[in-house]
Each structure stands twice: as C-alpha cells, then as structure tokens.
Design a protein around this ligand. Structure first.
Ligand code: PGA
Length: 254
C-alpha cells in the first residue's frame, strides 16, 4: 500500500487538554503508521499543539494547519485569523473552501479562490482546496460543468509549478457527516474530470502528480475502498479524526 495523505479536520471540537490526550495516543505507535498524518485543529489550539508536538519529538510525523484564515496580513478584521500570526514552520496545510465555510458563512467560490491565491503567495504550506456538489446539483447539472465552476477560475490563475502546492479535496456536500458515500467509481469519475480540467489548462504537461483526495463520511470501515484506487491520494476525515483509536487504525492501514 502506498503512503497516502490522511487529513483529520477537527472542525470546532476539542480543547487544549483533549488535544494533548489525543496526541499522547498518536505518539505511542507512530513508527507503525503507513500513511501521512495531518491534523487540522481549531486555530486557537494551533500554537500550543505545535509546541507539544515539538517537545514530544513527533513534529516530523504529525503535521498541522489551519481550518480557515483571511486573505490579509493584519488589520481591522475582527474575529479573523491571519497566516502571518504563525511562523512558516508551524503551518503545513491550509484548508480553504470547506462546505461549512461556503454554506454557513456564505463564502463564495470567488472569495475562496482569493484566499487560496493569497496563501500561495504568503506561505509555504500546502493549500487544500475543498469543493463538492449538493445532491440537487448532482441531479440537475452536468458534473463536469459543476467541477469547472469550482476549479477553472482557480487553475487559470496559477502556473503549472504552483500545482504541487495544491491538494484538491473533493467532498460532496451530501456526504459530509451523513454516512452516505459515493462509490469509488463515482469518485474516480470526478477525479478524471479534475484531471481533464488540469490537462486543458496545462496542455502537454503531465498533471498526474497533482494530489486529489476524497472527503465525506470516511470511517475506519470504509476507508480502504477509497485507498485501493490509484486516483485517490488521500482522505479528508472529520468525525472519525476526533477518535484517536479509529484514526490510528486508519493511519496504520489496519
Ligand atoms: P466527516 O467530515 O468525515 O465527518 O463527514 C468531513 C469533513 O467535513 O471534512
């Protein structure tokens, strides 16, 4: 089994003490992990967790990042988080475009792209660009057009070299936290569309190294279905990433 990227998105869960208990479990057996471990905690916990990982010598095995940030260095933006508040070594991954940001906080695709481009210029972190359709969209519209709607304006603004900074995370909205998952074939169909969008943007270039991951109701029982596909480079995991033993069994590919 190839090493794949496992990103745990804690959302607005966990406090400082819970997070230390979680990483105490994670560190016990990290030598047996098959997959890469990334945890995205709530932003107020990021600095204390970074210190904890370093103190426990597991900062090479566990990478962390932000769930959200604003596309400015600093200023009068009450309630917002700037990536400049963290040193470059702390943030390995930056999430942008999670459907909870898009729907609950009304963040448009345009704004999401603005944040992704800001992160591209102002950090060294990988940018996890998240997108996915609602059930209504899936029933009514052509999937290729839906994916173009999310991605074309972004990829038109980046270079081929920038591609290695991106992780494209397909998370169908109908699957997040619902227990419903697309078949691997359906996911592969989407990933082929994404590759086509990238190939059209970068004709003659090999886009096969670009990272594509799946998210939505992944658990310790269904994750292997996805990992068996060569097109799927990793998983974005919400609920199950709060349960250390379940997340660890995924990291170990048990
Ligand atoms: P879930 O969440 O695994 O709980 O469905 C995934 C996500 O929203 O990132």
């Amino acid at each position: 089994m190839d090493k794949k990227l496992m990103i745990g998105n804690w959302k607005m869960n966990m406090n400082e003490n819970d997070s230390y208990l979680f990483f105490d479990e994670i560190k016990k057996d990290h030598k047996n992990y098959v997959h890469e471990c990334v945890i995205i905690p709530p932003s107020p916990l990021v600095i204390s967790i970074a210190k904890y990982l370093k103190k426990n010598n597991i900062n090479n095995f566990v990478k962390i990042g932000l769930q959200n940030f604003y596309s400015k260095d600093n200023g009068a933006f009450t309630g917002e988080t700037s990536i400049k508040m963290f040193d470059d070594n702390t943030l390995s991954y930056l999430l942008v475009g999670h459907s909870e940001r898009r729907t609950i906080f009304n963040e448009s695709n345009e704004f999401t792209i603005e944040k992704a481009l800001y992160a591209l210029k102002n950090s060294k972190a990988k940018i996890v660009f998240i997108f996915g359709e609602t059930l209504e969209q899936r029933k009514k519209e052509n999937l290729e057009n839906i994916m173009k709607g999310f991605l074309e304006n972004l990829v038109n603004k980046i270079t081929f070299e920038d591609l290695e900074r991106f992780v494209f995370a397909y998370e169908p909205i109908w699957s997040i936290g619902t227990g419903k998952i697309p078949t691997v074939k359906e996911t592969e169909e989407i990933f082929s569309i994404i590759k086509k969008i990238l190939t059209n943007r970068f004709p003659g270039k090999d886009v096969n190294d670009s990272k594509l991951i799946y998210g939505g109701s992944v658990n310790e029982e269904n994750y292997k279905n996805f990992l068996n596909s060569d097109l799927i480079d990793g998983l974005l995991i919400g609920g199950v990433s709060l349960k250390p033993h379940k997340f660890i069994s995924i990291l170990k590919n048990e």
